[in-house]
Design a protein. Sequence first.
Length: 357
Amino acid sequence: MGGAGGRSGFYVGLGLALASSAFIGGSFILKKKGLLRLCRRGRARAGQGGHAYLQEWLWWAGLLCMGVGEAANFAAYAFAPATLVTPLGALSVLVSAVLSSTFLHEQLNVHGKIGCILSILGSTVMVIHAPQEEEVSSLESMAEKLKDPGFIVFAVCVLVSSLLLIFVAGPRYGQTNVLVYVLVCSAIGSLSVSCVKGLGIALKELFSGKPVLKEPLGWVLLVCLVICISIQINYLNKALDIFNTSVVTPIYYVLFTTAVMMCSAILFKEWQHMVLDNIISTISGFLTIVSGIFLLHAFRDMPFTPDLLPLFLQQGRTDLHASWRSADRHQSCQHQPLLPSEDKGSHSTEEEEAESV
């Protein structure tokens, strides 16, 4: 990035990655609204094997939005390294969480907001200290890397584990465990990123006048990419139909990023060229993202009340209760629990404690 052209290419890739996160985050909301409309009409749900969502225009709008985001993401890989583009996918978590709170009325409490901030901070650290992949300038060099025994073992493990998740774990635990279908999308997604990188190289060679269309590797990568994206769309729809959007999106990001980092490290040997402080910073940034995702997932239904504060902050508890009762009377959406019945129960408990005192 020392020259003007390299720096301009970096900013183009960065802008495309940011646009991709915005479109992909919005696509989750459109798809979810389409699936909810089908559910209200009594149509067969995607989580139960139905495909009625193909007749819903909102779902198609979400698919188009995701297609634009994936196209921008595809172009971003051509201008910037994968280790810059992939971590910026955390911004789609923030976009999806904010939009789901606004348009789907899915509560985003204080813990969720802190989780979004941590995800952004961790992504920033990862971008600053990201490993640089080896130069792959032709399909010939890409073919040599795809023949590496380490990558072949990784690809076989991904395919076998995906088949086990689809045909063994899916029928048993797919309706109750969010990880089943999301793991399928993430594992297959790591292979799709490799296909995208290869196709990006093929397009560059095509525009430079090389006879790329006669090379079988480009067509093989295109077919594999179509298959991988089809599998991702199918099982992502199942996960979105069964589970909360603000849960599926961040978990999908964490697992997808992990799979892509592993695939890139094996395929492009990125980590061999990193110094120790960059390795520690990259791992720390990723763990920060995981911490933020944990806050989004584990405490999404927990209202933030004075009882959750440490004991030394609960001095003058009467004043705290009075201020929180006043906030509840104004129906602050930031602190309301998901279930009104539980909220009423907490009010009655507080009143009984006040009377006993």
